[in-house]
Design a protein around this ligand. Structure first.
Ligand SMILES: *Cc1c(COP(=O)(O)O)cnc(C)c1O
Length: 351
């Protein structure tokens, strides 16, 4: 007897963000700023009296209340997850039946398609135009034509850095019969969130994460925000103890520090502007070599015929960035890291 993996997983390789050691890591859109020292000390203290022998709160009450109060919404609309990745996985496996259709708008976050394929959903893909904006009319038309059950996209978008205005997102949600999953992983860097009105829609789930603008990718914490019917379903289908007690406590504390958090995010935006402006300058000093897109996030996205060559040159010099065909995505780092990016980029373009 020989055991064979089923065909949907047989060819899969484990996810490896990037292999090798690099002195500068600008490939995963994490915050370059570490969680402040005061917070670390408070956390260390708080860990001391955790009931490690007990299961954590399955509904993450304190955590969801802190999150809700930070964004001024009702805690009844919030479900916490082990990163938003877990929430995406739950959406694909529990909110869809096998063979149902989902719509993605490429390029977008690759995990949507990955979890959809594990759930044996059928993925219909639209491709963005050359300006990389989402064309809402096309999304509506395609959703209707194919009777899709779910539309999922990130806003602002990873990897393009582009944002879709609140007004356009509202129009999309109102015009499709599908469940709309609005992944606002980067919305703390922009101002077009729909969190405040999520309860009014019967077909909207908003995802948020602590991995980018909250500087806490290590604790694996994300949120799904939706009306009470959807939230009830979410809580019913998730695994009961999906968010561990340490993460719950850490998250609760982070969302209680509103002033510090805003300050933290402002610093990330300053570094993003520095990187963006620097690359914009290189775009004009090396005409025709780069095309830089405006950004609503903490990274910069650019198009170039020399993507592979630039990417390899960066790696050789110990700097990790992301390559996607003819595109490059570079996360904003601290001033020194940004300067290193600009120096290397200028150097390779001069060769
Ligand atoms: C980084 C990212 C996530 C992942 O969030 P986790 O909470 O770390 O799982 C989700 N969506 C988008 C668009 C992202 O860029």
């Amino acid at each position: 007897m020989e055991y064979q993996l089923n065909p949907k997983i047989a060819g899969l390789e484990p996810y490896e963000p990037i292999s090798g050691e690099y002195r500068i890591r600008l490939d995963a859109n994490e915050s370059y700023l570490p969680v402040p020292q005061e917070v670390r000390e408070k956390m260390a203290e708080a860990m001391g009296n955790l009931a490690f022998n007990r299961y954590p709160d399955p509904f993450c009450k304190d955590l969801c209340e802190a999150f809700a109060s930070y964004y001024e919404i009702s805690p009844d609309l919030v479900t916490a997850g082990n990163g938003s990745d877990e929430l995406i996985s739950i959406l694909m496996t529990a909110f869809l039946m096998k063979g149902e259709k989902i719509l993605t708008i490429e390029p977008d976050f690759s995990m949507y398609r990955f979890y959809a394929s594990l759930a044996e959903a059928e993925c219909i893909s639209l491709t963005k135009d050359t300006d990389l904006q989402i064309n809402v009319d096309t999304v509506i038309e395609k959703s209707r034509q194919n009777a899709v059950r779910m539309v999922i996209f990130s806003n602002p978008c990873n990897p393009t850095g582009q944002g879709l205005s609140r007004e356009e997102v509202r129009r999309l949600i109102a015009s499709v019969d599908a469940l709309v999953i609005l992944d606002e992983a980067y919305m703390d860097f922009w101002d077009q969130s729909l969190l405040q009105e999520v309860g009014q829609y019967d077909n909207l789930v908003i995802l948020r994460t602590c991995s980018k603008a909250v500087g806490s990718a290590a604790i694996r914490l994300g949120f799904a925000v939706a009306n009470s019917t959807l939230t009830k379903a979410f809580r019913a289908v998730k695994s009961p103890y999906n968010v561990n007690a340490m993460t719950q406590r850490m998250g609760t504390y982070l969302f209680s520090c509103k002033k510090e958090m805003k300050n933290f995010q402002n610093q990330l935006l300053i570094s993003r502007d520095m990187l963006y402006n620097g690359i914009k300058t290189l775009e004009s000093t090396h005409p025709g070599r780069l095309c830089v897109y405006p950004t609503c996030t903490n990274f910069v996205f650019l198009k170039t015929n020399e993507a592979k060559c630039i990417y390899d040159y960066f790696l050789k010099n110990g700097v990790a960035i992301r390559i996607m065909g003819e595109y490059l995505r570079i996360t904003a780092g601290d001033a020194q890291e940004n300067n290193e990016v600009l120096r290397l980029l200028d150097e390779i373009l001069k060769k």
